[in-house]
Design a protein around this ligand. Structure first.
Ligand SMILES: *Cc1c(COP(=O)(O)O)cnc(C)c1O
Length: 402
């Protein structure tokens, strides 16, 4: 048995099988490259679902983390600490908002948004107690908690986990008429991904986000943008909503906010909305801890220069130009996406998404399938053009093979 096979067998014997990883065992990584336990190198074209937008082992982020490790890592929110105010102030400023509520994982940010929208509905909008409704979109992915899977439309994510949390209404993604029809005086929020990542990097029809903004504003409903995967540079802008000049009422951030180092998430909104909380009503032991704040502060500083957004735009234009050439060539049905983010629908006779991912791995490229025959490409934003081209050549090679 190879060391890789042995390591995988051992992992499978002693861990729940809630994932189906590709058969690679990573030992180290730098920039856009990972090295396995047998010394083979792979180009990372997934970047931890955008958690690694700034690449593996980013010097600035690792230095910020190391410096903070030597000072103080955790205080709990029972005390103030000296990185907290800067983090909240600068993240709010990056978002053009007023207040931040820090959590750890993306799912916790979504849970926090649900609680915040309901509380805002009862306290500010005047919705009768217990009647608040939140509208979400079909095909959504917002995380894995019991409440969040309650409004998932993916049977794999949802089955066997009931009873489900009530208070959600699902409408088709991209359909403004359905959204309008679903709104009532008890609607407190519309919760959406500006681009649906897990669904296959689905970009909504032009004008959709602007339409959602108009409808929610007219009906006094909060527009909550889940930018956990789409935000922080991935699409070529700080936020995917910017592509339609839309400013939501609440941004949900996570993944890249932790710089690929620690889990950091946040709800960012106005003083009116986040001002609904009083001490004791919500919290998290690790939320807003000094280490998280130190790393996320550096992430915010890096995003403020615009250089990563610029890279994502330029490399993304190149990526989409190259992928566009593959459409209609017999192996690719369609390509979607924005910036350095693409969903590629493979013609099913060429193999399942999983098979394509395995063949890519055989050529030294790591990507991930989603929903049958879609491959998702989302390399770290620090990838070089040469490496990106090399990765695309491997994809072309795999697709040329039957
Ligand atoms: C990943 C993701 C989440 C959940 O984040 P976790 O950190 O895995 O809990 C929520 N929303 C979107 C859009 C995501 O991509």
């Amino acid at each position: 048995m190879s060391t890789t096979t042995a390591a995988i067998a051992s992992a499978e014997a002693h861990s729940a099988h809630n994932y189906h990883p590709l058969p690679i065992v990573v030992a180290s990584a730098e920039g856009a490259w990972m090295t396995d336990i047998e010394g083979r190198r792979y180009l990372d074209m997934l970047a931890g679902y955008s958690a690694l937008n700034f690449g593996h082992g980013n010097r600035r982020l690792i230095d910020a983390a190391k410096a903070q490790l030597d000072r103080v890592t955790l205080t709990s929110r029972a005390f103030h600490h000296d990185r907290f105010a800067d983090f909240c102030t600068q993240l709010a400023e990056l978002c053009g908002m007023e207040m931040v509520l820090p959590m750890n994982t993306g799912a916790e940010a979504v849970e926090t948004a649900v609680k915040t929208a309901r509380k805002w509905g009862y306290r500010i909008k005047g919705v009768p107690d217990g009647r608040a409704k939140i509208i979400v979109a079909g095909g959504n992915f917002h995380g894995r908690t019991t409440t969040i899977v309650s409004f998932s439309t993916d049977p794999e994510a949802r089955a066997d986990f009931g009873p489900y949390t009530p208070g959600f209404e699902i409408v088709p993604y991209g359909d403004l008429t359905a959204l309008d029809a679903a709104m009532t005086e008890n609607t407190v929020a519309v919760l959406l991904e500006p681009i649906q990542g897990e669904a296959g990097v689905l970009v909504p029809p032009a004008g959709y986000l602007a339409g959602v903004r108009e409808l929610t504003r007219a009906r006094n409903v909060l527009f909550v943008a889940d930018e956990i995967q789409s935000g922080l540079g991935r699409t070529g802008r700080t936020f995917a909503c910017e592509h339609e000049d839309v400013v939501p009422d609440m941004y949900l951030l996570g993944k890249a906010l932790g710089g690929g180092v620690v889990p950091v998430s946040a709800v960012v909104s106005s003083a009116e909305v986040l001002g609904v909380y009083r001490p004791g009503e919500h919290g998290s032991t690790f939320g807003g801890n000094p280490l998280a704040c130190a790393v996320a502060l550096e992430v915010v500083a890096m995003l403020r220069t615009g250089e990563f957004q610029q890279r994502a735009t330029e490399l993304g234009d190149h990526l989409h130009h190259e992928l566009g050439l593959l459409v209609g060539g017999g192996a690719v049905d369609a390509v979607r996406g924005r910036g350095l983010w693409a969903g590629i629908d493979i013609v099913p006779s060429h193999g399942t998404g999983r098979q394509i991912s395995e063949r890519l791995m055989g050529r030294g490229v790591l990507a991930k399938d989603t929903h049958g025959s879609t491959i998702r490409i989302a390399p770290p934003l620090v990838i070089s053009k040469e490496d990106l081209d090399w990765g695309l050549d491997q994809l072309k090679g795999v697709l040329a093979q039957q």
